[in-house]
Design a protein. Structure first.
Length: 641
C-alpha cells in the first residue's frame, strides 16, 4: 500500500471514521443524556456566574454574600466553560422530586459594609443570577407586552431592584430578591413512576422577613411559614440592602406536570428573544445575495468566454488586445509579489481558520455543539484550531516553494507564531483588565498555561509536519513563463486605484453576513442562546461564494487594465469585509448595548478587533485562492506566441 502523506486525505479519513462510528453506535453526549427521577429523589440546584449586559463582566455567585453550603464544590469544567467565565458550583437549594415545599429557610446572612456595597453595585449594574437544575438554566417567565397569550423567558433572575418603597421620598434605595419561588416542570412516563425534568422557572421576590427569636436549627418566620402557599409580594415590605443588617434567604418550590417531552425541553429557552427574529427579512436578504452572486458569475463567464475565444483566433488577436489587455501582462502576472513570505504566512493561517470553522459547523449541524452541551462550542473551536495547524503549514509551504523560497523553516515559524502570537497578546491584556476587576471571567493562569501548552506542544509541531509535507511536494508550475524585466504598468483610472477597489470589494461579502451577524453579537453580548447552526452554515457557504466571485471580477478588471499586481490585491479585496464588520460592531455598541464602564467598553472593542482580524484572514484567504485559481485557469486556456 502507498503512504498517505497528504493532510487533506488524513483529515477526510478521520472525519469519515468518526461519522461512521457515530452512526453505528447511538450515544448521548456527556451531560446531555436524559435522567429519570422518581418521587422523592433529591434534586440539587447548582449556581453559575452572575452576569450583566451592562458590564459584560461575570462574577462568581459567591462573590456576593449569598447562602453558602458547608463545602463549596466546583463541578467538572471543560475548557470552553472556563473561557466563557462559567463557574458552576453547588448550592444550599435542594428539592425532592414531585414534593412541593413552602417557605424553606436557606440561611440568615449578616451584611457588613463591604457586602452591602457589593450588593448595591450589582443591583445598579442589573446583574442576574444564573442557576442550573438537571442541566437546564433557570429562567423568569415574562408575559408579552402586546397582550398575546404567548410567553417568553428571561435568562436568570435579577439580584435586586431600586425603588422608593416605604420611604415615600424621591431617593431610591436598593432591595434584594431574597425569596425565590421555583417551579419545576416534569414529563411523566405513562408506564412507570419515573419522570424527566423539562422546565425550571423562578419568580423572585423581595421580602423583609420577621421572626421573634432566631433558632438556627429550626428557624420560624412570622412573614413566611410552611402553611404559606403563595406570597403576596405587594402586601409585604421589601428587603432593603443595608450594612450591619441581616438578610433571611427563603425559597419555595412547586412541581407541575407538562406535556413537553425531554427532547423538546430546550425549545422554550431558545425562543427567549423571539421578538427579534425576523425570518422573512433574513431569507429575503439571502435571496438577494444569491441573485447578485448569480448575476456576477454570469456576466463574468460570458465576458471571459468571449475574450478567450477572440484571443485564440489569430486573425482577431490584435483587435482583442486593443479591447482588453489582460493577455499583455502574461509575462508578469506570475511574478512573486513584494513580501511574498508574509503572504504565505497569512494564507496558511487563513486555511487553518477555514478548516476550524468548517469542521466546527459540521459538528454543530450534527448536534454535538448544542447549547445544552455547555462550553462545547468554545472547546471544539480551540482544539480544532490546534489540530488544523497541519493544514496551515502545508498550504504555507506549498505557496512558499512556488515563490522560489528556500527558507522553509523560517516561513514555518512565522506561520506557527505570528497570528496566534498577536491574538495571545491581545487576549492577555484583556484578561489582565478582567482580572483587575476581580471578575470570574478572567482566565486562570493554569488555563492560560494549558492554552500555551496546546499551542507549543501540539499546534507548532503540526505546523512543522504540514510544512515538511508541503515542501516535499514538487513546486506548482506556472502556466506561462515570467519575463526577466518587469513590464511598466500604465496609469490607472481613479476607480481602479487599489484603495477604492479594495474597499468596494468588501461590501458584498459583508452584506451576505450582516443580518446573521446581528444574532451572533446578540448571543455573545446579550447573554442569549445561539442555536440556528443550519442557517449559519448556509450563510457561510454564501460568504464563500460571494468572496470568491467579487474577488475574481475585480481581479479580471485589474488585469484588463494591465495591472499585474494581483497577489496582495486579491487578499485585501475580500479581506476588507472585516473593516465593515468592525464598523458594524461600533454601530451595534452604540445602538443595542447599554455599556457604561470604561473597562467594559475596552473589552468589547478589544474582542471585536480580534474577531475582525480573524475574519480578515479568513475572507482574504478565500479571495486569494479564488483569484489564484482564476488567473491560472485563464492563462492556461489561451495561446501564447
Amino acid at each position: 500500500m502507498g503512504r498517505i502523506s497528504d493532510p487533506t486525505t488524513i483529515a477526510t479519513l478521520f472525519l469519515t471514521t468518526l461519522l461512521l462510528i457515530s452512526s453505528v453506535h447511538s450515544f448521548y453526549l456527556p451531560g446531555v443524556a436524559p435522567r429519570d427521577f422518581h418521587t422523592g429523589d433529591p434534586l440539587y440546584v447548582k449556581v453559575n456566574k452572575l452576569s450583566s449586559t451592562k458590564t459584560q463582566l461575570p462574577y462568581d455567585y459567591y462573590y456576593l454574600e449569598y447562602c453558602k453550603p458547608q463545602k463549596i464544590l466546583n463541578n467538572a469544567e471543560n475548557l470552553g466553560e472556563v473561557l466563557r467565565g462559567d463557574r458552576i458550583e453547588n448550592s444550599v437549594y435542594t428539592f425532592k422530586m414531585r414534593e412541593d415545599q413552602s417557605c424553606t429557610v436557606a440561611c440568615k446572612a449578616p451584611l457588613d459594609a463591604e457586602s452591602a456595597k457589593n450588593f448595591k453595585e450589582k443591583i445598579d449594574d442589573e446583574y442576574r443570577v444564573n442557576m442550573i437544575l438537571d442541566n437546564l438554566p433557570v429562567a423568569v417567565l415574562r408575559q408579552r407586552r402586546d397582550g398575546s397569550q404567548s410567553t417568553t423567558y428571561e435568562h436568570g433572575f435579577r439580584v435586586g431592584f431600586k425603588g422608593n418603597y416605604a420611604t415615600g421620598k424621591k431617593e431610591e434605595k436598593h432591595f434584594i430578591n431574597n425569596h425565590l419561588s421555583f417551579r419545576v416542570m416534569y414529563h411523566k412516563d405513562p408506564e412507570t413512576d419515573s419522570a424527566r425534568i423539562v422546565g425550571f422557572e423562578v419568580t423572585p421576590n423581595s421580602i423583609n422577613h420577621e421572626y421573634k427569636e432566631w433558632d438556627e436549627k429550626n428557624p420560624q418566620l412570622v412573614t413566611c411559614n410552611k402553611d404559606t402557599k403563595n406570597l403576596p409580594p405587594r402586601s409585604t415590605t421589601p428587603q432593603e440592602v443595608e450594612a450591619d443588617k441581616d438578610i433571611v434567604f427563603t425559597y419555595d418550590v412547586s412541581f407541575k406536570e407538562s406535556e413537553i417531552k425531554w427532547a423538546s425541553r430546550w425549545d422554550t429557552y431558545l425562543l427567549m428573544n423571539d421578538d427579534q427574529i425576523h425570518w422573512f427579512s433574513i431569507i429575503n436578504s439571502l435571496m438577494i445575495v444569491l441573485f447578485l452572486s448569480g448575476m456576477v458569475a454570469m456576466i463574468m463567464m460570458r465576458t471571459l468566454y468571449r475574450d478567450i475565444s477572440n484571443y485564440n483566433q489569430l486573425e482577431t488577436q490584435d483587435e482583442a488586445q486593443e479591447e482588453t489587455g489582460w493577455k499583455l501582462v502574461h509575462g508578469d502576472v506570475f511574478r512573486p509579489p513584494i513580501n511574498s513570505g508574509l503572504l504565505c504566512v497569512y494564507v496558511g493561517t487563513g486555511v487553518q481558520i477555514f478548516g476550524m470553522t468548517l469542521v466546527t459547523m459540521i459538528f454543530a449541524l450534527l448536534g454535538f455543539l448544542s447549547p445544552s452541551n455547555r462550553g462545547g462550542l468554545m472547546t471544539a473551536m480551540v482544539l480544532l484550531w490546534v489540530f488544523m495547524g497541519i493544514f496551515a503549514g502545508y498550504s504555507s509551504a506549498r505557496l512558499h516553494k512556488m515563490f522560489k523560497g528556500t527558507e522553509w523553516k523560517k516561513n514555518t515559524l512565522k506561520t506557527a507564531f505570528m497570528f496566534p502570537g498577536i491574538l495571545f497578546a491581545f487576549f492577555f491584556v484583556l484578561n489582565a483588565l478582567i482580572w483587575g476587576e476581580k471578575s470570574s471571567g478572567a482566565v486562570p493562569f493554569g488555563t492560560m498555561f494549558a492554552l500555551v501548552c496546546l499551542w507549543f506542544g501540539i499546534s507548532v509541531p503540526l505546523v512543522f509536519v504540514g510544512s515538511y509535507l508541503g515542501f516535499k511536494k514538487p513546486a506548482i508550475e506556472d502556466p506561462v513563463k515570467t519575463n526577466k524585466i518587469p513590464r511598466q504598468i500604465p496609469e490607472q483610472a481613479w476607480y481602479m486605484q487599489p484603495v477604492f477597489s479594495i474597499l468596494i470589494g468588501g461590501i458584498l461579502p459583508f452584506g451576505a453576513v450582516f443580518i446573521e451577524l446581528f444574532f451572533i453579537l446578540t448571543s455573545i453580548w446579550l447573554n442569549q442562546f445561539y442555536y440556528i447552526f443550519g442557517f449559519l452554515f448556509i450563510v457561510f457557504v454564501i460568504l464563500l461564494i460571494t468572496c470568491a466571485e467579487i474577488t475574481i471580477v475585480l481581479c479580471y478588471f485589474q488585469l484588463c487594465s494591465e495591472d499585474y499586481h494581483w497577489w496582495w490585491r486579491s487578499y485585501l479585496t475580500a479581506g476588507s469585509s472585516a473593516l465593515y464588520l468592525f464598523l458594524y460592531s461600533v454601530f451595534y455598541f452604540f445602538t443595542k448595548l447599554d455599556i457604561t464602564k470604561l473597562v467594559s467598553g475596552i473589552l468589547y472593542f478589544g474582542y471585536m478587533v480580534i474577531v475582525s482580524y480573524a475574519f480578515f484572514v479568513l475572507t482574504g484567504t478565500i479571495g486569494f485562492y479564488a483569484c489564484f485559481w482564476f488567473v491560472r485557469r485563464i492563462y492556461s486556456s489561451v495561446k501564447i506566441d
